[in-house]
Design a protein around this ligand. Structure first.
Ligand SMILES: [Zn+2]
Length: 318
């Protein structure tokens, strides 16, 4: 595989983010990604305040096995790599590139390490506040709005209020798109849109589809990394699911389909996730940007490895 497929606009497809151990190292890394992409300069955003915002954001992520600041940093890097691919680099408006990086940074802020269903099952204060709809996504948005209203972090000070309002609407749309409850519907509707419309970056409707698709893809792109790395992220996410399953059993709640540690195996769960949730999304984006084929190929390889292990009863945790 030629090296240049793994690098895009100065972004590495798979830097060793998990080897960055301190918050300062991670904040440094994210700041460099934003600078590298170029929006800070082009959009006259305040770098010093942005750095403070990134630092503050890092403190609001929790030490979960999966939904932690490493996942946020990984998502920022991945979306940076994706939007540097030729078609997106050439055609995506600059502020959309910035909003994708920004949304990747904040999209899981204050994630508690279990999912929306758990919040609903325990009738938590957040579930009540958001009436059981996209509870954690709406909470992350509200935390972000709160931070952005603090004078210490207003890196958007030089941007007109009306523009900031428009940007917040886009950020909301992008964060809401990461709610997996709407994933199947999104794939069907995005596929139908591409059947009936040519990709046209001057059309707001197409921009909405492609930016949401990229955000969703970056969020689950750890499955498309080379297998050893994909497996590490896969183990992390299963640790969260299983921990929730134990809590669900202890309270006699219905156990989520991926949450029972006694019956759900990592290999089969990851294979099912790639087969039914990930591949189709990446294949749809590859129709617009051929550089995505590299990710589709790696997903196909990883799927074959997981399938083979699942069939032979080889459990990665044994
Ligand atoms: Zn996420």
């Amino acid at each position: 595989m030629p090296d240049n497929q793994n690098k895009s606009g100065g972004f590495e497809r798979n830097p060793s983010i998990l080897s960055l151990l301190t918050k300062t190292q991670l904040v440094d890394f994210v700041e460099k990604l934003f600078l590298n992409e170029g929006s800070i300069e082009t959009l006259s955003l305040d770098q010093k305040f942005l750095r403070r915002f990134i630092e503050k954001t890092s403190l609001h992520y929790r030490e979960n096995p999966y939904h932690n600041f490493h996942h946020a940093v990984d998502t920022v890097n991945t979306i940076g790599w994706m939007i540097s691919l030729p078609v997106f680099h050439r055609h995506l408006p600059q502020h959309h590139k910035f909003l994708l990086l920004f949304t990747a940074l904040i999209h899981d802020i204050e994630h508690p390490g279990h999912n929306n269903q758990w919040e609903i099952s325990i009738q938590s204060a957040l579930a009540k506040k958001y009436q059981n709809e996209a509870v954690l996504e709406k909470h992350s948005l509200d935390v972000t709005r709160h931070l952005l209203s603090d004078p210490k972090y207003i890196f958007l000070a030089k941007v007109e209020a009306e523009t900031v309002g428009d940007w917040m609407n886009t950020i909301e749309e992008l964060v809401m798109s990461t709610d997996f409850a709407a994933h199947r519907g999104f794939l069907d509707d995005f596929g139908a849109y591409l059947e009936n419309n040519e990709p046209d970056f001057s059309q707001p409707q197409f921009l909405s589809w492609i930016t949401r698709a990229l955000m969703k893809a970056a969020d689950i792109a750890n499955t498309s990394k080379p297998f050893p790395e994909a497996m590490v992220w896969g183990k992390r996410v299963m640790m969260e699911f299983w921990a929730q399953g134990v809590m669900e059993k202890s309270r006699n709640f219905p156990v989520g389909p991926l949450n029972d540690p006694e019956t759900v195996k990592l290999n089969a769960a990851q294979a099912g996730f790639i087969r039914f949730a990930v591949l189709e999304l990446f294949q749809l984006i590859a129709r617009i940007e051929p550089g995505f084929q590299l990710l589709v190929d790696t997903l196909t390889t990883n799927l074959a490895i997981y399938d083979e292990m699942a069939q032979s009863g080889d459990d990665l945790f044994e």
